[in-house]
Unconditional design. Structure first.
Length: 192
């Protein structure tokens, strides 16, 4: 009878090991659609990866729209303007060695630094404001976001998760918790 009671340690620990891995799977994939009770969405529905798919697609569309909007803006507050200024400052800092040339007057050294930094600034400006939008339009990046939205099938990801991750997580977890339960059982039998 004592031995049968001690077997409950193994069963209880294996159940906990199964429950942990199952809860992870439930958190990531279930439910597949939002659940509403009296008009209010239950937190955690849909599953984490289903929510993140929607978030990813919205975020990609927003980033594309903001980038294209920034390319035509002349404001100094846009990300592109900050990247251009950073390129200018970095080039200015890299050309600090020109200050060590003593045979050139100071104002000529500064004009050379400014001229080279300005060239880099203009190259970056043309690249970010003209070439990248041209490539986006030519290769229809917005269309690829829509294709990603259609092709990113969460059921396929669930299938791969079950096949390559869930199965091995379950085996490792059950093995580990079986050993913990076995240790608890032996400890219980020794103390008893």
């Amino acid at each position: 009878m004592i031995f049968l009671k001690s077997l409950t340690f193994i069963l209880f620990n294996v159940f906990i090991g199964f429950l942990i891995v199952f809860i992870i799977k439930m958190f990531l994939f279930f439910p597949k659609r939002p659940i509403y009770i009296s008009g209010k969405r239950i937190p955690g529905s849909p599953g984490f990866l289903f929510r993140k798919k929607e978030w990813l697609i919205k975020r990609l569309k927003k980033l594309l729209y903001e980038y294209l909007k920034d390319t035509v803006s002349e404001s100094e507050e846009t990300k592109i303007a900050r990247w251009e200024q950073k390129a200018y400052r970095d080039t200015w800092d890299k050309l600090e060695f020109l200050d060590n040339i003593r045979f050139l007057p100071q104002n000529i050294r500064e004009k050379i630094r400014h001229f080279i930094s300005l060239i880099v600034f203009e190259i970056i400006k043309q690249f970010l404001r003209s070439f990248v939008p041209f490539l986006m339009k030519k290769y229809q990046v917005e269309k690829y976001i829509e294709i990603l939205d259609n092709k990113l099938d969460m059921n396929l990801i669930l299938e791969y998760f079950n096949k390559y991750i869930y199965k091995y997580m379950l085996i490792i977890s059950l093995s580990l918790y079986f050993l913990i339960g076995l240790g608890n059982m032996i400890f219980y039998l020794i103390i008893r």
